[in-house]
Write a protein that binds this ligand. Sequence first.
Ligand code: C2E
Ligand code: MG
Ligand code: MG
Length: 453
Amino acid sequence: MTMNKTQESSRLAVLHALEILDTPPEAAYDNITQLAAEYFRADSAVIAFGDETRVWIKSFWGEAVREMPRANSIFQLVLEQDGPVTIPDLRTHPRFRDHKLRFRERSMVFAVSVPIRATDGEILGNLTIFSERPRLPLDPQELQSLERMAEMVTSQLELRLLRKQRHPEKEIKSAADKRASWPQSSDLRRALESGEFVLHYQPEVDLATRRIVGLEALIRWNHPERGLIPPMDFIPFAEECGMILPIGDWGLSEACRQIRRWMRQNPQQDAPRVCVNLSARQFLRTGLADHVEALLMQSGTQSRQLGLEMTESSVMPNVHTAMEVMINLRALGISLSMDDFGTGYSSLSYLHSFPFDVLKIDRSFVGRITDGAQPLQIVRTIIELARILNLTVVAEGIETVEQYRMLTQMGCQCGQGFYIARPMPAEQIDSLLRLPGRVLPDPDVLAAQGFVA
Ligand code: C2E
Ligand code: MG
Ligand code: MG
């Protein structure tokens, strides 16, 4: 494909809006080049963006390469072909024979490059892996993995744009819409005072053995007329009106009290770690770590028995505060999980720099792994990413035996989901904890015994 003028100008418009040209390399992309280099055992990986005349290097891993004229770049080939480019031998390739790609130390022979696209498809740059020695080209699955990594760059770019152009009018409107509807903050206060909130617990198992390794605490509102209300129907509003702070405190102390009860019931064994979800406002409140420490003391619970889950959207708006809070929580000995990974603006950069212990793959990915090669490959890449970053990986929302099998085969360590066990009241968990080795029976057996919440 040759670029026509309109395509070129809309491409440049996106790049200018991103303010990404003519700026130095950015650490935000280093995890992607690292992942690409390690995953494909390449000597170097590079992320570059190209304007009319030049190619700007945004990140490199391994060997450094310099910013260069576009005409002599692999980016130009990617643009012309509108897709991936493999160069078996740079030394004999007509484009590079006379204009060597200038690396700082070593010279590279083999290259595979895939486009980095804007969300509407324009090619903005490329992600390239290099090798010093000739090697076999990537097979189609591997090529797809590299393309997934380029999509991770696109996610980063989206985040960058979002930060530049917020839409305050829209946010205010949606907040007003919600306020008009049920519940009101007084309903939440009353519910808290009359003890209408309950925690259910969903087992998290080691996929290979089905042993319970953790329990996720999930709040429900047991409303006298409306019945059991799921968290998504009141937590977002509680977050908006500030009631999330007292409700969240109740959840944290209740989880700690429950850990204590399980310890008493079974003093020989440690109870599995209980993980509590934190929303953004709870996460960013001042003195969170001190507060959690006080709750642990009051309930006589040990910190290693508590885990906290947070999502990308809690961490991203205030990266510096988030980092400080997380370091303090970790210093207490509490484990930290990145929840719903992949749904936000999954930025590998902060995943690497924040002290997470666990990465939870969002159930939207897990739900699609049997649909075809692409969703499967995304999950495979996330599992690989977790392995490289030394994080325990948990697949959320496993609903079928096929999903369970595929995840196990792909080397996913842990999982949770309706297929394994539903969230259930604490009393039902009691009997699961008495199972030999805490190994869960087959889902059908579990269901036949009445374990449904
Ligand atoms: P989450 O932390 O991602 O929790 C997992 C959600 O997935 C739970 O929904 C769980 O019931 C559901 N789930 C588990 N396995 C499956 C499955 O196989 N298929 C499907 N379709 N769903 C599955 P739930 O309990 O409705 O909670 C929704 C969200 O509400 C949670 O998402 C969490 O973000 C939030 N939340 C829950 N409890 C609390 C809390 O105490 N505090 C705060 N701040 N947020 C909470
Ligand atoms: Mg969670
Ligand atoms: Mg989740």
